[in-house]
Design a protein around this ligand. Structure first.
Ligand code: SF4
Ligand code: SF4
Length: 139
């Protein structure tokens, strides 16, 4: 189970659709709306914006995002970065087996932990297990 935050923007035609209802019911996602805004306008000028946290399996999140694309909703991950502080890392490896993407990995035989930012999906699992605060989120 992972949690991601997205900024959704959708055109007037989608404003009245129960988007979050479908994400919950059809894609088995837990959703939490952090911010919602409808920009008033005439006809096609009306637009909606939603900042939404979705929680579920990666597969269901991917399916939910496909659904959004199909109905004309644009989405982008909330700009956030996971930062790894090498100087704080004790290379205890507690995070390595929990990292779902291999962004945190260990080299053998040196048992040195390293971080590949490109692979990180900002699921925040490592933040919960690192006792040394060697990883954090920058918003
Ligand atoms: S849990 Fe923290 S200290 Fe341990 S290897 Fe991972 S980042 Fe480093
Ligand atoms: S947030 Fe941590 S556990 Fe999740 S993918 Fe990134 S490095 Fe791995």
């Amino acid at each position: 189970m992972i949690k991601k935050t997205y900024v959704l923007s959708f055109p007037q035609a989608v404003v009245q659709q129960p988007v979050t209802y479908h994400l919950i019911k059809d894609y088995n996602l837990i959703t939490n709306i952090l911010k919602a805004q409808v920009t008033p306008g005439q006809g096609s000028e009306e637009k909606g914006m939603l900042v939404i946290e979705v929680q579920g399996s990666q597969k269901n999140i991917d399916r939910g995002l496909d659904y959004l694309t199909r109905i004309g909703v644009h989405y982008q991950p909330l700009a956030q970065d996971v930062v790894w502080y090498e100087d704080r890392c004790t290379h205890c490896t507690a995070c390595v087996s929990l990292c779902p993407t291999g962004a945190l990995s260990v080299s053998r035989p040196t048992m040195t932990v390293s971080f590949d930012k490109e692979k990180c999906i900002a699921c925040e699992i490592c933040l919960k297990v690192c006792a040394y605060k060697a990883v954090s989120i920058s918003l």
